[in-house]
Write a protein that binds this ligand. Structure first.
Ligand code: BG6
Length: 472
């Protein structure tokens, strides 16, 4: 098994899940700042409040306070030997409402300092421009990306980042998990929360997100031709529940629409043929002009990245089944050959090799796995240690399969496990759903010292990186 010499080992986070300091130094509220905590284990969903109400706990407001502790965190990443660190920039630190014409200097300076700190240790930043952090104001006043003006606001924001950090950041991602844009929680990408929206409106907003991404790619390449600007999708690997042709066909249709569609637009630069049929059958109207088509063609991405946590099964009668499985915003039916995490996500390392081959054979551009990991309960022992062998085992199996995919011929250039430091869950707002190599002392209600400590997986991952994936 052979990882290339310059393979980018690292970890990933997002501003709204780790920074905290939600209203500090001029930052405005993002959509995520309006999300209360829920609990997936007890079945309560997160509540989205139009008005922030002080009697409730909003996890993103303090999160793990990395806004103030980033130096300590980066030193720990460096100790593990990270080559790359994926983070997102909070849009509302740069443009607090989203529609200003002048950026907030304090916000820009914060990320300048953070990038300098990374470079001090030779860690390459990988920046997600929009990771569930759309300014709340853009949703409230403009209906987010349903309004074409938001494309311009995003372009201004992205261009501001490209110009400011053109010598500090090379790797960019335009939108996190863009393919969730029309599903539950899509509001954090497209800003649709004022009312119920038709499917046509949801797809129109997603179309405008595609245009914004394409504009950013074009602008970024003009500012620095060396920029690598990628797309990012949530890949939910789907298998037919049985070999019944109807199950296989349904799997293909769902896979096309949920996994392939956005990548086809962003990598190939055009709407795929199968969406035309879906739009017709569901009476969905999306306005796509000739100018839009040219823009999508000109603004294709340089590389493809995705999150991979699990796989699921699809059956023809999916909606009526009572053997549904849990999932990362979307779950199908259960697979009796797989174990599940504490949150019901089906663990499938071989599925990662299969997925890497599926994606690479379709696009033949460099790939990066920018999220992968096990959300689990951790126990702190009396001596302060955290024996997370279940997490080590999860990573070990997935890394073996990434190595196999590389041997298959897939051009995989990097790996940034999710939540390399414990942070708040996007799905539930819980802290107890921990992903990190680094433990953070904080609970689901916001109590704790916020102190950091190394889990057993920390030392293990350090060895993995030092041996370039040989010592597992
Ligand atoms: C992805 C997101 O959906 O999965 C992350 O990009 C998120 O923001 C991660 O945290 C894991 O999901 P969760 O719900 O366990 O936090």
């Amino acid at each position: 098994m052979s990882f290339p010499k310059n393979f980018l080992w690292g970890g990933a986070t997002a501003a709204n899940q780790c920074e905290g300091a939600w209203n500090v130094d001029g930052k405005g509220p993002s959509i995520s700042d309006h999300n209360r905590a829920g609990s997936r284990t007890s079945g309560t969903r997160r509540t989205f409040d139009l008005e922030i109400d002080d009697q409730y706990y909003y996890p993103s407001h303090t999160a793990i306070d990395s806004y103030h502790r980033y130096k300590e965190d980066i030193a720990l990443f460096a100790e593990m030997g990270f080559k790359v660190y994926r983070l997102s920039i909070a849009w509302t630190r740069i443009f607090p409402n989203g529609d200003e014409t002048t950026p907030n200097e304090a916000g820009l300076q914060y990320y300048d300092d953070l990038f300098d700190e990374l470079h001090k240790y030779g860690i390459e930043p990988l920046v997600t421009i929009s990771h569930f952090e759309l300014p709340f104001h853009l949703g409230k006043e403009y209906d987010g990306f349903l309004d074409k003006r938001t494309i311009g606001f995003y372009e201004r924001y992205a261009t501001t980042l490209f110009e400011r950090y053109k010598d500090k950041v090379k790797y960019w991602l335009t939108f996190n998990e863009i393919n969730f844009g029309t599903l539950d929680h899509g509001r954090r990408i497209n800003g649709l929360f004022n009312r119920e929206y038709t499917e046509s409106e949801q797809y129109q907003a997603l179309h405008n997100v595609f245009l914004a991404s394409a504009k950013a790619v074009i602008a970024g390449h003009k500012i620095n031709p060396d920029f690598q600007i990628g797309c990012m999708l949530a890949y939910i690997t789907m298998y037919p529940k049985t070999c019944r042709p109807a199950d296989v066909l349904k799997t293909q249709q769902m896979n096309d629409r949920l996994n392939y569609f956005c990548g086809d637009v962003q990598v190939k630069g055009a709407y795929p043929y199968y969406m035309k049929r879906y739009f017709e059958q569901n009476d969905i109207q999306v306005e796509i002009t000739e100018e839009d088509k040219a823009l999508l063609k000109a603004g294709t991405v340089d590389y493809y990245t995705f999150s991979y946590y699990m796989s699921t099964c699809i059956a023809d009668n999916l909606e009526d089944r009572d053997d549904k499985s849990g999932g990362n915003l979307f779950g199908g039916v259960s697979n009796e050959y797989l174990e599940t995490s504490d949150w019901g996500w089906q663990i499938d390392p071989i599925g990662l090799r299969y997925t890497l081959n599926q994606i690479y054979s379709r696009y033949e551009v460099p790939l990066m796995v920018v999220e992968n990991g096990l959300g689990a309960f951790d126990k702190v022992e009396e001596d302060g240690s955290i024996k997370d062998d279940y997490r080590i085992d999860y990573f070990k199996q997935h890394i073996i399969e990434m190595g196999n995919a590389i041997d298959d011929g897939v051009d995989l250039i990097g790996y940034t496990p999710w939540g390399c430091i414990d942070l708040i869950s996007a799905g539930t707002g819980e802290m107890s759903k921990r992903y990190g190599f680094i433990y953070v002392d904080r609970d689901d209600e916001g109590n704790g010292t916020l102190d950091r400590s190394r889990k057993d997986s920390f030392y293990w991952y350090k060895d993995v990186i030092a041996s370039n994936g040989e010592k597992l």
